[in-house]
Write a protein that binds this ligand. Structure first.
Ligand code: HEM
Length: 420
């Protein structure tokens, strides 16, 4: 298919989808459709409760099944009858290509196996001093008495610094890399407009150029990073045309998610002052705060699966080719699994049963890295500013797939330490 025809099909599908969402949301009050509008961006949690009140698996007017039931979501994510892509799923111009995140076995297994060693708990632990260095350098810049933006000063640049080093993209390209990566990441929850699709295509081309330069550089001068491993095994486990999408997946997954885990955790703590005080007095509670944030307000709110065969789920017939949207953040508030699910509770015994990192064969490869980055960032921030306060209105990011902030003004009011 030529690029012009691809673009026309994209525009047609985009307009059709927007129309279906508006009709579903306004005329039919469909919670899945409403999730795509302002309401879902601001506060999706009442919409998840609406879905829950309709049953464990619900047919949406916008053509998909949906669920907030923990058991049902987990079953679908772990089932071999469902896949991350369907037989007829096709990539349209402008939609991000995210390598094995969107593949089924055997390609998924082959590419995931390539990525795993870099992100094993052992490899990640060895990276802790580097992460601490990135965090300390960023916090050193937050001097003075003026309020600062927690996202721009720490939560966003920190994971970018870490993933750039892990991938092996040279410092010279790092700023451009961050800029195009953010444009690309902004499209994860769906394109906002046709202009947005154009920006995305340009970002995709720019990232390809940066990665291809990095492949060249690492062929000449290999290091201890993902791109060096990629070029040294070229053609064996990863095909040449798979290299750019694989790097793009690691880049986007690496910096569009952890940024939100850090800011969502700090926001949860600052809006629950008792929890903040407890964590400030006892830094070993940072891990509990991060885990409870992953349950209570997770960065990735939903994912979807295609039925690869007819299946019976919660008494409903799901036909081959149909899509099920698993609302992970809704499942994390299932009262059958979590007592008083709407409460942010550091002492919750089973908080790690959340589905924030999904479940089954696509379970997040970067979970150990994300947890470690968040622990180091949150612990260092609280140690430096135990009297941190929200200093103005927060701004939420676009879309409702990824939940987080784009602006988070904070001020570091100093706590006087009593003498003696
Ligand atoms: C708080 C941070 C993060 C969250 C909440 C998160 C969440 C998720 C979720 C929900 C999935 C599965 C999606 C699905 O089932 O369709 C996923 C997959 C993935 N994540 Fe993460 N992620 C985070 C950080 C990271 C980091 C730091 C990396 C590494 C750079 C990473 C790399 C990946 C990869 C490669 C996959 C695809 C796994 C597969 O398809 O087998 N993630 N992540």
């Amino acid at each position: 298919m030529g690029p012009r025809r691809e673009q026309l099909i994209f525009v047609r599908d985009f307009l059709r989808e927007r129309a279906a969402i508006r009709v579903g949301a306004h005329l039919r009050r469909d919670p899945l459709a409403r999730l795509h509008l302002e309401e879902g961006r601001r506060d999706p949690y009442p919409l998840y409760e609406d879905v829950r009140s309709r049953g464990p698996l619900v047919r949406s007017t916008i053509g998909a099944w949906t669920s907030v039931d923990h058991h049902v979501c987990n079953e679908i994510l772990r089932s071999r009858s469902f896949g991350a892509t369907g037989e007829d799923a096709d990539h349209l111009a402008g939609s991000p290509q995210l390598s094995f995140l969107e593949m089924n076995p055997p390609d998924h297994t082959r590419l995931r196996r390539f990525a795993l060693p870099t992100f094993s708990p052992k490899s990640v632990a060895a990276f802790a001093p580097s992460i601490q260095q990135v965090v300390d350098d960023l916090l050193d810049k937050t001097v003075g008495d003026e309020p600062f933006d927690l996202v721009g000063s720490l939560a966003a640049p920190m994971p970018i610094g870490v993933i750039t080093r892990l991938l092996g993209v040279g410092d010279a390209d790092a700023d451009e890399f961050a800029h195009y990566g953010a444009t690309f990441g902004s499209a994860l929850g769906g394109l906002q407009s046709i202009k947005h699709a154009g920006e995305l295509m340009r970002a995709q081309q720019a990232l390809r150029r940066i990665f291809e330069n990095a492949f060249e550089a690492r062929r000449r001068d290999p290091g201890d990073d993902v791109i060096s491993r990629l070029v040294s095994t070229e053609g064996s486990s990863v095909r040449p045309e798979e290299m750019v999408p694989l790097c793009t997946l690691l880049l986007i997954a690496g910096f569009e998610t952890t940024v939100n885990l850090i800011s969502n955790t700090i926001l949860a703590l600052l809006t629950h002052p008792d929890a903040w005080r407890r964590v400030a007095a006892d830094p070993t509670l940072v891990e509990a705060a991060i885990e409870e944030t992953l349950r209570w307000d997770p960065p990735v709110q939903r994912t979807a699966r295609f039925a690869l065969a007819d299946a019976t789920i919660a008494g409903h017939q799901v036909k081959k080719g149909e899509i099920v949207v698993t609302l992970l953040a809704g499942a994390n508030r299932d009262p059958a699994v979590f007592a008083e699910p709407a409460r942010f509770d550091l002492d919750r015994p089973n908080k790690s049963e959340h589905l924030a990192f999904s479940s089954g064969i696509h379970y997040c490869v970067g979970a150990p890295l994300a947890r470690l980055e968040a622990i180091i960032a949150v612990r260092s921030l609280i140690a430096r500013y135990p009297g941190l306060r929200v200093a103005g209105p927060v701004v939420r990011r676009q879309g409702s797939l990824i939940r987080g902030l784009t602006n988070f003004p904070v001020s570091r009011s100093f706590v006087a330490v009593p003498a003696g």
